[in-house]
Design a protein around this ligand. Structure first.
Ligand code: NAD
Length: 468
């Protein structure tokens, strides 16, 4: 038995088998959520399919329900934030931001309209373009922003008239399970089902006959499996996948001020953000100055258990990710790169890794070419901007990127040349509920957020009324 329960058909559901959730700051198992069985997933799907029939009919009710979800989260923020820090590792104030953000996302989404476009209304015909819901949505989320990324799916899916079965990552299932519990008194039974388990449960969802749309956030490798699994049944997919964002610094920047922004664009959430800066291209003229400044900042950052006051960064979320970051830094070291600061484990307990700045490194090294998803940033020297853009684009990834300059218009001209979903100028990670977010190339298919994200949970229906 476990203290954490799934939400199936509006009710608490436990399972005979459970799995351990590790606090990454202590490496101790502190919770045992249920391992969903195939039969339990089937009942969650049945319940979602049944609830869909009534839920899709009343838009005003759905809109109000989203506002109620927002209030319900706000009422439990402190408790949810503590749980999030325990399972994910992020500092408690950042956990509060994520929970508050989830509430705000519900609130904002409630304000969106589901458009009905009348494109002809004359003596021949009245023709409307309507947006219909799809049915049951299977939502699958990763471990870096478990609650926020869940709500990015739940809120628009529900507003559009769909019902949802969501599965969080086995590394961070608890806040999503808690959300399900909190929303049992807000949403009708079956509208939101929350199930927990491992990767196999994910594949049961993506191949389940009841599901008409899969909204997935995670790695490229899994995203491809999800797309393949959706194909035989032609399920709709939105895929939000990995990134290897480049920041291109131009030679005219204020080095000190820019380094601060670059640092937090790369190291926020301990580097575990899909659209974090993952490589920085700097002109030779200011290379040394930028590297030194970034290293100086890295040395001063407070890293520790997120439940302790004043921490700026927590641990990596899990052992495989800790091992991966260590391996990529070791590989860079072996191939002749310079570890300017960091480059090793911090302390003896917990998946803490020193904020790491790596210089004298170039494309062709794993730390530059692959997504590190952790606190180790390679800084690469370039001679001319065209070359930097070409190298930034020479990847299968295409999530986002940024260009930095004292001349923002000049920077914007460079930014539009980046092959990615979001091109920032003099900032990175500026993500908001009203902006579409998604990736080019292998970084994804479709977008989330804003009216564009909402429409991803609908399909077009033409209603063509003859007046002849
Ligand atoms: P992951 O792909 O390993 O897992 C993501 C989710 O998929 C988990 O819930 C997992 O249990 C599930 N899963 C695993 N195998 C599955 C399968 N065969 N079928 C269905 N579901 C399956 O990713 P992760 O390690 O949890 O997250 C890190 C990755 O997510 C990084 O690459 C990061 O860039 C990416 N990410 C992308 C975005 C975005 O919006 N583009 C946001 C956050 C994270």
């Amino acid at each position: 038995m476990s203290d954490y329960t799934m939400t199936i058909d509006g009710k608490a559901e436990s399972a005979k088998a459970t799995f351990g959730v590790i606090n990454p700051a202590t490496e101790e198992v502190f919770a045992q959520p249920p391992e969903c069985t195939r039969a339990q997933l089937d009942s969650a799907m049945d319940s979602a399919a049944t609830a869909y029939k009534a839920w899709r009919k009343d838009e005003a009710r759905r809109r109000q329900a989203l506002l109620d979800c927002s209030e319900a989260i706000k009422a439990r923020m402190a408790e949810l934030a503590k749980l999030l820090t325990q399972e994910q590792g992020k500092p408690i104030d950042k956990a509060m931001e994520e929970i508050f953000g989830a509430a705000i996302w519900f609130q904002y989404t409630a304000s969106l309209q589901i458009p009905v476009e009348v494109i002809q209304d004359n003596e021949q015909a009245r023709i409307e373009i309507r947006r219909r819901p799809l049915g049951v949505v299977g939502a699958i989320t990763p471990w870096n922003f478990p609650l926020m990324l869940g709500v990015w799916k739940i809120a628009p899916a529900l507003l559009a008239g769909n019902t949802v079965v969501i599965k969080p990552s086995p590394f961070t299932p608890l806040t999503t399970l808690a959300l399900g519990e909190i929303l049992r008194s807000v949403l009708p039974p079956g509208v939101l089902n929350v199930v927990s388990g491992g990767n196999e449960l994910g594949s049961w969802i993506t191949s389940h006959p009841a599901v008409r749309k899969i909204s997935f956030t995670g790695s490229v490798a899994t995203g491809k499996k999800v797309a393949a699994s959706a194909a035989p049944d032609l399920k709709r997919v939105t895929l939000e996948l990995g990134g290897n964002d480049a920041a291109i610094v131009l030679g005219d920047v204020d080095v000190k001020a820019t380094a601060q922004k670059l640092f937090w664009g790369a190291f926020s959430n301990t580097g575990q953000i899909c659209s974090a800066i993952k490589r920085v291209y700097v002109p030779e003229s200011i290379y040394g100055a930028v590297v030194n400044e970034l290293a100086e900042i890295a040395r001063g950052v407070k890293v520790g258990n997120g439940l302790e006051a004043g921490m700026q960064l927590g641990p990596l979320n899990n052992k495989p990710q800790f091992d991966r970051v260590s391996e990529l830094v070791e590989d860079a070291r072996k191939t002749g790169a310079r570890i300017v600061t960091g480059g090793k484990r911090l302390g003896v307990k917990g998946y803490f890794y020193e904020p790491t700045i790596v210089a004298d490194i170039s494309d062709g090294t794993r730390l530059v070419d692959e997504e590190q998803f952790g606190p180790a940033l390679p800084i690469i020297a370039y001679r001319n901007v065209e070359d930097a853009v070409e190298r930034a684009n020479a990847t299968h990834y295409g999530l986002s990127g940024s260009v930095w300059s004292a001349d923002r218009e000049k920077a914007a001209e460079v930014a539009v040349q980046l092959d990615c979903g979001t091109a920032w100028v003099n900032q990175h990670l500026a993500i908001a509920p009203n902006l579409p977010f998604g990736g080019a190339k292998w970084s994804g298919i479709g977008v989330e957020n804003g009216p564009w994200g909402l429409l991803g949970f609908t399909e077009i229906q033409v209603v063509n009324v003859s007046k002849a």
